[in-house]
Design a protein. Structure first.
Length: 83
């Protein structure tokens, strides 16, 4: 099964967008993401992003997602999960 198909079956549409955004950022060398910037880039509310990031932190098997800090917006540290 392809990774893209697996992601679509595991996550809702919003979570799918967020996971794709995070994976794209990681390939560019980023590891820290602010909820408000994810929301702006994806056309979501920061609260919607924060709620879904917390869920993804528990269920995402491809990424380690850790709430890192809070200053003006929650910052998340995201790294690929070791296989």
């Amino acid at each position: 099964m392809s990774t893209s198909k697996k992601i679509r079956e595991t996550y809702n549409e919003t979570q799918h967008k967020i996971v794709g955004y995070l994976q794209s950022g990681i390939t560019k060398g980023k590891h820290y993401f602010k909820s408000k910037y994810i929301a702006k880039d994806l056309g979501l509310s920061p609260k919607e992003v924060g709620t879904n990031m917390a869920i993804l932190a528990d269920i995402c098997k491809d990424l380690n997602i850790i709430r890192w800090s809070y200053s003006n917006s929650t910052t998340w540290m995201v790294t690929p999960r070791a296989m």
